[in-house]
Design a protein around this ligand. Structure first.
Ligand SMILES: Nc1ncnc2c1ncn2[C@@H]1O[C@H](COP(=O)(O)OP(=O)(O)OP(=O)(O)O)[C@@H](O)[C@H]1O
Ligand SMILES: [Mg+2]
Length: 1132
């Protein structure tokens, strides 16, 4: 106030300066907002007063009713599932929360995401975002919101956008294969997911890595009432085109498939067909090739169809029951789809082979065992497909650089579950949630404690329930439930679920969180809520009753070896790769690790990983059990708040101090409450806050000064400060209003005064201007008259001078003209006379010559002269030709040009004769051997010229035949001894492997009667084919060395099938083969040149197709086995 009065008394300039700074300060205050502004209920539970369960829930409910679904406990975000879409995730909201402090705006998941992202980018701290809550609480949605926020605020650019798009699009793919409708959630995640998003030093995303945890595969074969199988099955059947369904041998009707539950096949508000298109599109964006996506769908189809295989009992002679497949049609279609030999699969469903050391024992399966085997296969096929999908996505999204990366991990793992029937899966899921609760307890307490230590503040311990004891009950290596289960699974003798329960009853009876009717603990002997075949665990989130049935089987996760071997034999590349243990070459008699121990190990790795990162918590709460909007069931929320330990969380947070804030923002917010600090504080922020708190006489025990923050013990103090601030802001507003009004009136007056002066000045100026213009105009008129008069006078004079000059010029011109014409006339006369003299002289001379020579001429003189002239010309032509003759090389195309048109035909004939003559000369030099070579070359030309693109390059190569000097090389002595005939060709060729298109080197030998193939290293003969059995040679028309040698059907040599070779000397080899066959068998060998031909490989006919390939492998043609029927050769 003092200051403002000063301002009034001061000069106008000084007032303006003060006023401006005042306004600036006010503007600053307007921009800075706080969580505390326009708050519904309390945005941060830490500020809740009084704090108890009722106020906590009421606060959540009040906020939920006003669409405020997010609430803080310090830095933890509580999210209540709204079950409807709220307009709080728009791009504008993203902008609002971008680069703002955590407590600056009302609580939001974006604030947490922003805080985590900035801490990662600016402070180089790896982050993890832990999203917990029970099934349907909104974890998956929250994880997607976090990812989309981070994608929206991080760097941009074509490459970065592609990475972001791939990361985001991995969600629909994984959700289609890993999510299903359960009674709790229409889109329940049935697998755990942890995704590391990797960033570079600028904070641009580089890629990601996804880890998946234990897919609930039992769902594939059986679903509880009211639930569905995994989404992808329904999406495929509803969304695939007729053509695709036909290809996959599927029908659209769900009821055709035993594995699909029918009572809840349609989910309200879910369009499976549209989702199918979304998933296919997402797969494409993530980077799946078309054939990969198709393979995946084929496996899905195969799983569906497996469920339709049914068995019937059949008694055998030895009294044993055996199962038989009822209808083999389905089996046949599965085999066609997967490329498995029907008999192999059929046998795998009827027999089980047990292998121990060197012995193999085969036993028949009864009907129950056959069904077990079928379901085990379907489950394994699907869960392995899922893991393959995760790996494939990882391959696409992995960071391409090796630079150091910053990592943000997002954990969305299945929520805590209590069903009517809880089995092994729920046990595992709940164990995982126990571990997460454990890490929450550890990290929040640790973090809080560390902050106090960092800030030099005293810390008082707070009691809370530590669930470490429950984790120990499950995971202890010596007597934990998982260890007991493993021990039971590995024990020899009869092992059943009941023996497992008995063991638990013995070992865990005294544990205070373990309950079982048969345990030695008398507490539960009469507990009727506890059936005999069950045990109960008191989890941190409530008691769960587990049916022991199926624990042993599910932990063993047994797939009969016959089935894995059958799968490995599949022609379907993807299925084959999913069952590597089926490879007989890699038989491993060791038991694979159990499902439980695998999961335990992966959870332990996850926990270790999370502990190295800075945690950010999102605690999801489910407001009701009906998946309904606007419904807040207090009892349900109360239960979740209790087991999540949220109240303890608030207490821990408040035990020391309820509120903390860095000094700068605190001073900025409250500085108007103290004269010394308002409007500016010059010293350090901390001393400013000290002065402020002293001035306000806040009791010393209410606050503490940390290193960088002020800690306020009681929320009441903060609210009192807030009230004071509100009051003071009102006063300040009045003050500003007063000053503003005064300033406005004065400004108006000054403006009027200034305006009057300006108007007067303008009027005077106008009058003077007019007078001046009049004088100026008169002066100009007079001036122009005088100038005009002067100019006219000069003009007259100049005109006279010009006329005199023109007259003189005209007279001179006429005079020159007359003289020139006279001279011309004289010259013409002289020329005419000279011409006349010359003509007369010529006539005279002619007359004289004619008179003198008349006696010498006869009648035919003209003809003679003509002939003579002709003769001379021809003579001259031949003499000149002699000197201009081209060289004797038959390929020399030079020939002198024709001198006279009439010699045209002679010239051409001469050229022809000369060429024939020099060719003969050339031939005469040949030895017999050379003649043979040229005959071969000629033959090659007839066979391949203009038919095969490789031919021209072979013309210059001499045909050598025996490239390998078998006679001289001692390595091939054995080979040489084995062959008695003359060797026509000995050369190393590549023999193309029929199975995979790869090549092996072989020695190719052609003798008079046989074609032999020998091993290149050992020289041992691998195949011998008599030439009479060779029916045809096929090759492409392109520039490659591939050729197939077709053998006569039925011949002994043809039993292994035709040969496919590639050679650098294809033209020579084919020509020699042709000539040798012709001379030996008197039959012309058929040489087929085509870019697509069939080759007989054992039973199969395989099409070899030549395509104009890419340049990836340089100039070498590559051969690839595409499928059963097609071998593709890419020719560059
Ligand atoms: N923030 C939100 N806004 C609107 N609807 C939401 C939100 N969060 C969740 N939901 C709704 O709740 C449903 C269940 O959420 P979500 O699938 O995320 O649960 P979850 O915790 O992942 O469950 P589970 O453990 O079974 O996977 C969603 O399908 C969606 O309809
Ligand atoms: Mg989920």
């Amino acid at each position: 106030m003092e200051r403002t009065q000063d301002c009034r008394g001061g000069s106008v300039g000084a007032q303006r300066v003060h006023f401006a700074s005042h306004l600036q300060t006010m503007a600053k205050m307007e921009v800075k907002t706080s969580l505390l502004d326009n708050m519904i209920g309390v945005g941060d539970m830490v500020l809740l007063e009084p704090l108890n369960e009722e106020t906590f829930i009421n606060n959540l409910k009040k906020r939920f009713d006003h669409n405020e679904i997010y609430t803080y406990i310090g830095s933890v975000v509580i999210s209540v599932n709204p079950y409807r879409s709220l307009p709080i995730y728009s791009p504008e909201k993203v902008e609002d929360y971008r680069n703002r402090n955590f407590y600056e705006l009302s609580p939001h998941i974006f604030a947490l995401s922003d805080e985590a992202y900035r801490s990662l980018r600016d402070q180089d701290k790896d982050q993890c975002i832990l999203i917990t809550g029970e099934s349907g609480a909104g974890k998956t949605e929250a994880s997607k919101l976090v990812m989309s926020y981070v994608a929206a605020v991080c760097g941009k650019g074509a490459e970065v956008n592609q990475v972001k798009e791939q990361l985001l699009q991995s969600n629909p793919v994984l959700e289609a294969f890993g999510n299903a409708k359960t009674v709790r959630n229409d889109n329940s995640s049935r697998f755990g997911k942890y995704m590391d998003i990797e960033f570079d030093f600028k904070g641009d995303p580089l890629g990601g890595v996804i880890s998946n945890y234990l897919l609930e595969k039992s769902r594939v074969v059986k679903q509880p009432r009211g639930e569905r199988n995994f989404h992808v099955f329904y999406q495929l059947l509803s969304g695939a085109s007729e053509e695709l369904l036909h290809k996959l041998k599927l029908e659209q009707d769900f009821s055709r498939y035993n594995y699909l539950s029918l009572d809840s096949a349609k989910v309200n508000g879910v369009d499976d067909a549209a989702n199918f298109r979304t998933v296919r599109n997402a797969m494409q964006i993530v980077g799946f090739m078309d054939h990969e996506a198709e393979s995946v769908l084929e496996v899905v189809a195969a799983v569906l169809k497996l469920g339709n295989i049914e068995f019937k009992p059949e008694s055998r002679v030895n009294g044993l029951d055996e199962s038989k497949i009822k209808d083999k049609n389905e089996l046949k279609e599965i085999c066609e789809l997967t490329g498995i030999d029907q008999s192999v699969l059929e046998r795998a469903f009827s027999f089980r082979t047990v292998e121990a050391k060197q012995e193999k024992v085969s036993t028949t399966l009864n009907v129950a065992q056959a069904y077990y085997a079928r379901d085990a296969l379907a489950k394994n096929l699907y869960s392995r497909l899922f893991s393959w999908l995760v790996n494939r996505i990882n391959e696409s999204i992995k960071a391409q650089t090796k630079v150091r990366k910053k990592v943000m991990g997002v954990l969305d793992i299945y929520g805590f579950e209590i069903f009517e029937d809880n089995s092994f899966e729920q046990f595992i899921i709940n164990y995982c949630n126990e571990k997460l609760q454990q890490i929450f307890i550890e990290l929040t307490l640790k973090e809080e404690q560390e902050e106090y230590i960092r800030e030099d503040i005293e810390w008082t311990h707070i009691d809370y329930f530590n669930n470490a004891i429950i984790c120990d009950l499950i995971e202890n290596n010596t007597n934990g439930i998982l260890a007991m289960l493993d021990e039971e699974c590995l024990r020899p003798g009869t092992v059943t679920d009941d023996t497992f329960l008995e063991k638990l009853n013995q070992v865990c009876a005294t544990h205070q969180h373990f309950e079982s009717r048969m345990s030695r603990c008398s507490r539960f002997l009469n507990d009727t809520s506890l059936p005999h075949s069950c045990f109960r665990i008191q989890h941190y989130a409530g008691k769960v009753l587990y049916q022991v049935e199926g624990f042993v089987d599910k932990n063993n996760d047994l797939l009969y070896r016959d089935l894995s071997q059958a799968m490995w034999k599949a022609g379907h590349a993807l299925i084959k790769s999913l069952f590597p243990e089926g490879n007989p070459a890699k038989i491993n008699l060791k038991r694979p690790p159990t499902a439980g121990s695998q999961f335990k190990a992966s959870v332990a790795t996850l926990m270790k990983n999370l502990q190295t990162k800075n945690p950010n918590y999102i605690r999801c709460i489910k407001p009701n059990d009906k998946k309904a909007a606007h419904v807040f069931t207090e009892s349900l929320v109360c239960h979740q708040i209790r087991y999540l330990g949220l109240l303890e969380n608030v207490r821990v947070r408040r035990a020391g101090y309820a509120f903390r804030q860095a000094y700068e923002p605190c001073l900025e917010r409250y500085k108007m409450l103290c004269k010394q600090t308002w409007p500016h504080w010059k010293g350090p922020a901390r001393s400013g806050v000290e002065v402020l708190f002293n001035e306000l006489e806040i009791p010393m025990e209410e606050y503490s000064f940390g290193r960088s923050k002020i800690f306020i013990r009681n929320p009441r103090t903060l609210f009192a400060l807030e009230d004071l601030r509100k009051q003071r802001l009102e006063d300040l507003a009045t003050l500003i209003q007063k000053i503003y009004r005064g300033w406005k009136c004065r400004t108006h007056f000054l403006l009027m005064k200034k305006s009057q002066i300006v108007i007067a000045a303008w009027c005077r100026r106008y009058a003077q201007q007019k007078r001046y213009q009049q004088i100026k105009a008169s002066a100009l008129a007079i001036q122009s008259y005088i100038r005009g008069w002067k100019a006219r006078k000069i003009l007259r004079e100049l005109k006279h001078q010009k006329r005199c000059k023109a007259a003189a010029t005209t007279i001179a011109a006429y005079w020159h003209g007359t003289q020139a014409r006279r001279e011309l006339k004289r010259l013409k006369e002289e020329a005419r006379r000279k011409h006349a003299v010359a003509v007369i002289w010529a006539y005279w001379l002619g007359l004289k010559v004619r008179r003198e020579y008349r006696k010498y001429f006869r009648a035919n003189a003209g003809k003679k002269i003509y002939e003579f002239t002709l003769q001379r010309i021809v003579q001259k032509y031949f003499l000149e030709m002699k000197n201009k003759m081209p060289s004797l090389s038959p390929i020399d195309k030079n020939w002198p040009s024709r001198p006279y048109l009439f010699l045209d035909s002679t010239h051409k004939e001469l050229k022809r004769i000369f060429h024939l003559w020099r060719c003969k000369k050339y031939r005469d030099q040949f030895t017999d051997q050379q003649k043979l070579i040229y005959e071969e070359k000629l033959e090659a030309s007839e066979l391949f010229k203009d038919k095969k693109a490789l031919y021209p390059s072979s013309v210059g190569q001499p045909f050598q035949g025996a490239y390998l000097e078998i006679n001289k090389n001692p390595k091939y002595k054995k080979l040489k001894d084995a062959i008695e005939e003359k060797i026509i060709i000995a050369e190393v060729v590549n023999k193309i492997n029929r199975a995979n298109g790869k090549s092996t080197s072989r020695i190719f030998l052609l003798t008079n009667n046989n074609l032999l193939l020998a091993d290149q290293k050992s020289g041992q003969i691998k195949s011998e084919v008599p030439l009479v059995d060779v029916t045809k040679v096929s090759m492409s028309s392109q520039n490659d060395g591939f050729f197939a040698v077709h053998l006569k059907e039925g011949s002994e040599a043809a039993s292994k099938g035709d040969f496919l070779f590639s050679s650098d000397h294809l033209i020579e080899m084919a020509t020699k083969l042709y000539r040798t066959t012709l001379s030996q068998t008197k039959q012309k060998l058929n040489i087929e040149i085509s870019d697509e031909f069939l080759v007989q490989f054992r039973q199969d006919k395989v099409c070899v197709k030549f395509i104009q390939g890419n340049q990836k492998n340089g100039s070498v043609p590559t051969c690839k086995r595409k499928n059963n029927r097609l071998l593709e050769v890419a020719v560059p």
